[in-house]
Write a protein that binds this ligand. Structure first.
Ligand SMILES: *Cc1c(COP(=O)(O)O)cnc(C)c1O
Length: 402
């Protein structure tokens, strides 16, 4: 999530998450699949059913859901929208601050992303979402950024009241809780990502979680060409019930095998991040820091996002922290998602097809003032101290307004 530049000092510690604890078990799991020559999830000479088992383990961690593993988090988001059966041109409300993949997935599923403001939780603001609802709105996509939950309960209530589907993007929040319950279990469907920087990583991969059996069925078909079809070997795969044209988003057995090992490390990753964040905050408890508001601070892990009085102060603070080897950043480079040139132009692979709508000024202001320090699960005590000292330095040189 950091953006290295030529002028960057080397960072003091590894701020990746699952990848920072990568070990021999990942290698062994991958090697076993390679040796079995059964890298394809649906058949092979000695199939180990790694994808099936990964799905089972993900569902167990997210009570009440079933899981479908796919090639990426973005693919999982598209599957969520296909599973929901959203009509053509349906509007999906997406936070102004998120990964561009959220908007891209809506467009992939023939929907229109509508951007709404976040608040100081860095998650969607329920009032802003309410104001963005039109008669074409079909769903709300809540994003849990940087290992802390968005304020999901008011958003869930709003979705229910307005008759909208609720999607949770938990790509950056696997294992995070809200009110004692894992994120990903609140919405109609949720997604995880297993990309390089996430809590659970196999380089590339994603999962759809849903509590609706028919959504699970539709997503599982969609990622395997839509359902029943004749294979190259003349067999028929999929059952006969209402096949539809799909795509291929299937995860490989190698990725699933590595993902399973990483999932078993998830609690260790989160515990380490939680301990590091708590230690930094404790060292800074004497300062009136304007921290990101966490709707469930106990359920979060390792988020250190704070707001400085203005954009300039934030930019200087990030530069200063990075000069001392502390991986600080503004989320998404301080840019709202619609600053992406393709989104701004409304340009899809099929031409100019939509308008990104009005800017979300309040989100832009918050984002501009924000500083996020990324923590890692293998930080030393000295690293924790350096982070606290660094934050103290930049905060005391630009005290919060008011
Ligand atoms: C990583 C991420 C995704 C999905 O990314 P993929 O690279 O497609 O796995 C989606 N949303 C957010 C917020 C993310 O951080």
């Amino acid at each position: 999530m950091t953006e290295p530049s030529d002028t960057d000092a080397p960072m003091r510690y590894d701020s990746t998450k699952g990848l920072a604890l990568w070990g021999v078990a990942e290698e062994t799991a991958a090697a076993q699949v390679v040796r079995s020559r059964s890298l394809f999830r649906y058949y092979g000479p000695d199939l180990r059913h790694e994808c099936d088992r990964f799905e089972g383990e993900l569902a167990t961690r997210h009570p009440g859901t079933s899981a479908t593993v796919v090639t990426s988090g973005t693919a999982a988001l598209a599957c969520a929208m296909v599973a929901a059966g959203l009509p053509d041109g349906a509007e999906v409300i997406v936070p102004a601050v998120t990964f561009v993949g959220c908007a891209n997935a809506v467009l992939w599923a023939r929907g229109v992303p509508v951007f709404a403001d976040i608040d100081d939780t860095m998650g969607l603001d329920a009032d802003a979402v309410d104001a963005a609802v039109t008669d074409r709105t079909a769903a709300i996509m809540v994003v849990h950024l940087n290992n802390a939950a968005a304020d999901i309960e008011p958003l869930r209530a709003l979705a229910e009241r307005r008759g909208l589907a609720l999607f949770e993007d938990a790509a950056q929040a696997a294992g995070i809780e809200y009110g004692g319950r894992p994120v990903g279990t609140f919405g109609d469907a949720a997604i995880l990502s297993f990309q390089l920087e996430k809590n659970v990583s196999c380089g590339e991969g994603g999962a759809l979680l849903t509590r609706h059996a028919d959504w699970h069925d539709r997503a599982t078909r969609y990622q395997d060409q839509g359902g029943q079809f004749t294979t190259g070997r003349g067999e028929v795969r999929g059952d006969a019930a209402e096949p539809f044209a799909g795509v291929n988003l299937r995860m490989s057995e190698v990725h699933a095998a590595i993902g399973r090992v990483q999932l078993a490390r998830l609690d260790q990753v989160l515990d380490a991040l939680r301990a590091a964040a708590a230690a930094v905050r404790e060292r800074l408890a004497d300062l009136p820091i304007d921290w990101r508001r966490l709707p469930d601070a106990d359920g979060a892990a390792g988020d250190l996002t704070l707001f400085l009085p203005g954009r300039l102060e934030a930019r200087n603070a990030i530069a200063e922290l990075r000069r001392s080897g502390i991986p600080a950043r503004a989320m998404y480079g301080g840019q709202a998602v619609y600053a992406n040139p393709a989104i701004r132009a409304g340009r899809t692979a099929w031409g100019t097809t939509f308008s990104p709508g009005a800017r979300c000024r309040s989100s832009e202001r918050l984002l501009g003032r924000s500083v996020t320090v990324d923590l890692g699960p293998a930080m030393s005590e000295a690293d924790v101290e350096a982070v606290a000292d660094g934050i103290r330095r930049v905060v005391t040189s630009s005290p919060p307004a008011g």
